[in-house]
Ligand binder design. Sequence first.
Ligand SMILES: O=C(O)CCC(=O)C(=O)O
Ligand SMILES: [Mn+2]
Length: 190
Amino acid sequence: MPQRIDIHDGGTLLYDAAFFSQEEADAIFEQLRNATPWRRERGRFGPFPRLTMWYADDGLAYSYSGVTHEAVAWTQTLTDIRRRVELASDVLFNSVLLNYYRDGLDSMGYHADNEPELGANPVIASVSLGAVRQFVLKHPKTGDKLKFDLAHGSLLVMGGTCQRHWVHAVPKTKAIIGPRINLTLRQILS
Ligand SMILES: O=C(O)CCC(=O)C(=O)O
Ligand SMILES: [Mn+2]
C-alpha cells in the first residue's frame, strides 16, 4: 500500500514500495539500461558522478547545474511509465530525467528541484529500479533528516513545498552494490 507522509513546512511524500511488480521492474530496468544512450554530462563542478539522459515533449529544454538538456522524444517504455505514474500521482508530466548510478560510488549531492521552469511547488515523481540506494531528505534550517531505502520498482512522489524547504541527495556508499536507475518525472512550465 502507498504510504503518505507529511513533512515539515508543507511538504508531502507518497511512497509506494511495490509500484511496479518484480517482473515489470526487472524488465524495465534491463530495457532502460541497455537501450538508453547514457551520457556523462559535465556541470559547473565537473563531470557528474553518474550517467544521465533526458526525454521530454517536443520543444522543451531544461537547465540545471549548468547543463542545458535538449528534448529527446519519449520511447514507448518511458511513455508507458509516464502514464502509470500520472494515474497514481494525479499530475501530468512532460519530461523525465534518467539517472544511472553504475555502482555505490555514483551519487547525487544535496539539491532541490527548484529551477524556475518547474514553478513554485513542483510535483516530482521518482521511480527507482535496480540496487536499493538510500535517499536522504534534509531540512537545512532544522537539520532534520528523513531516510528512505528506495526499493526496486518503487515510486516516490514529492509534492507540496518539498522543493522549497527541503533538499535531497543519494549519497555514495562503500557497500558493494549493483547498478541503479532512477527516473524523475517533471512538468516543465512554458
Ligand atoms: O536518484 C534519485 O533517487 C534522485 C534523483 C534526483 O533527485 C534528481 O534527478 O533530481
Ligand atoms: Mn532531485
